[in-house]
Write a protein that binds this ligand. Structure first.
Ligand SMILES: [Zn+2]
Length: 190
């Protein structure tokens, strides 16, 4: 778990590079093609500015369930999200700010009732922290751009990583391959 901590410590130093890369990422038409290509581009470093909104602004943007999960660390009911059984090619973006978080190339059926992935689309798009809500420590993860809670990561996933990124479906939006990714949300006027 050491790598989680080192990644978090590195987040602040990466902001500068993200800014430099603004304009290189989401303007590329290639991003709308398919998961593999998106992943390759994202792996090179998509740029993004943090999105910080007030609770009132988030309530205006999000549905009640999206708000409960994303902004209050809620957990949706198992098997309640259609994305659990979504296995088409495409990209999963944060439902709060539309930052790409996962690719269908890394999705699998964990049988838990929540969309599950064996790795994020890009480590820099994810932030983590320890969560002691259930007494047993867990690793919570969230969107690195808006801070929206996504789920927890466990070490009982499949190869090649052995990780299970257990995600709330309501915290994601699925963009099928061939459709353009939405522009990153910039605020309540979108
Ligand atoms: Zn987000």
């Amino acid at each position: 778990m050491v790598w989680f901590n080192s990644r978090m410590e590195n987040n602040s130093s990466r902001v500068g590079r993200r800014r430099l890369l603004v304009g290189l990422g989401f303007g590329l038409p290639a991003l709308g093609l398919f998961g593999g290509r998106i992943f390759a581009d994202a792996e090179q470093g998509l740029a993004f500015e943090p999105l910080q909104l007030t609770s009132r602004q988030w309530r205006e943007i999000l549905s009640a369930e999206e708000y409960r999960v994303l902004r209050r660390d809620g957990t949706e009911r198992a098997f309640s999200s259609p994305l659990d059984k979504e296995f088409g090619n495409g990209t999963y973006v944060c439902a709060g700010c539309f930052l790409p978080l996962f690719s269908s190339a890394h999705k699998y059926d964990s049988g838990t009732g929540w969309p599950s992935f064996w790795q994020p689309i890009n480590d820099e798009h994810i932030g983590t922290r320890r969560d002691f809500r259930l007494i047993i420590p867990r690793t919570e993860y969230h969107c690195a751009r808006c801070g929206g809670h996504q789920g927890h990561v466990f070490d009982d996933g499949p190869e090649p990583t052995g990780q299970r990124w257990c995600n709330n479906g309501v915290a994601l939006r699925f963009i099928p391959a061939g459709e353009s990714l939405p522009a990153l949300r910039s605020g309540i006027d979108d």
